[in-house]
Ligand binder design. Structure first.
Ligand code: CO
Length: 165
């Protein structure tokens, strides 16, 4: 079997060994896909106006929503891409986590946000599997959404946001 075949995520129909701790036909912790869509890819930027101009001039992108989220110390602009968004994100204060991110890493992808049916349910599933989370409970996000962040060290080095619309 080639190395690629071993890693093929679709080739696990009779591969019980790949799922640790499960016997034959045993109940899975998660019995259906919890992530229904990509809600947004968030990109940390120094200057929101400049970043919006760049996306508009380069890609013809249109800002669909803009909001200051005081509790997170950020201002965001959402640019629609099909059913998802690119979220340009800039800090509104020096002690904002995004300000610290820009200081350490510069501009770039900050987090991936996945849509879920129920933020509480998805967060509970993540916690039940022992993954570190940033938000112990769902909380209000922008656009009237309910969100929770999972720690970047928990799952594949990515800061993940769960978004319930
Ligand atoms: Co986000």
């Amino acid at each position: 079997m080639s190395p690629l075949a071993v890693r093929n995520p679709y080739d696990n129909a009779d591969d019980d060994d790949a799922r640790s701790g499960e016997g034959d036909d045993g109940p899975s912790v998660v019995d259906r896909p919890l992530l229904t869509e990509i809600d947004h890819v968030a990109i940390a930027v120094h200057d929101l106006g400049d970043a919006i101009d760049t996306y508009r001039e380069t890609f013809g992108a249109v800002v669909e929503h803009r909001e200051v989220v005081e509790s997170d110390g950020v201002e965001e602009a959402l640019l629609r891409v099909a059913e998802s968004y690119v979220q340009l994100l800039t800090p509104t204060s020096e002690d904002s986590p995004v300000a610290k991110y820009l200081e350490r890493k510069g501009e770039g992808v900050h987090h991936i946000a996945y849509r879920v049916e129920s933020c509480a349910e998805a967060l509970a599933a993540v916690k039940a599997q022992g993954h570190a989370v940033i938000d112990e409970e769902p909380r209000p996000g922008s656009r009237g959404t309910t969100v929770a962040f999972i720690h970047p060290k928990a799952i594949c080095g990515t800061l993940i946001e769960l978004v319930e619309e």
